[in-house]
Write a protein that binds this ligand. Sequence first.
Ligand code: MN
Length: 150
Amino acid sequence: MHYDFNAPRPSAPDAMLANPSAIAPASQAQTVLVVEDDPLNRKLFCELLKARGYDVIGASDGLAGLAACRTYAPDLVLLDVQLPGLGGVEVAQAITDAPDAPSILAVSAFAAGADCARLRAAGCADCLAKPVAIAELLERAEDLLAEQSA
Ligand code: MN
């Protein structure tokens, strides 16, 4: 019987690198939390982001959004500002107070100006005014998600 200790053997790390899907968790997709009280807008934003390959969670008010943020630790929060109960500014402040906070893309019903300044001061990374152009919404969201994964 002969055993050659110098014979090349497949190394586990190389084998895994050659086939990353073999070791990948079930979903490697980034997660987006959509906090929006309008059911049609919420469904639209969720479907658009799902179609781009993200894992998406919807929340219909500020408190549910905060709870979902703590539970799912999303990479991005798409945050409507006019919400029943806890408003978007308060939600943004609460989210960004926590360590490892996700980026927040705020969607405000008021034209850019003062409202966006308030939202940025509350920790939002970016701000869009309603009505939002879908292409722009997705572009801003993907920019922030790319920053999160960098
Ligand atoms: Mn709203």
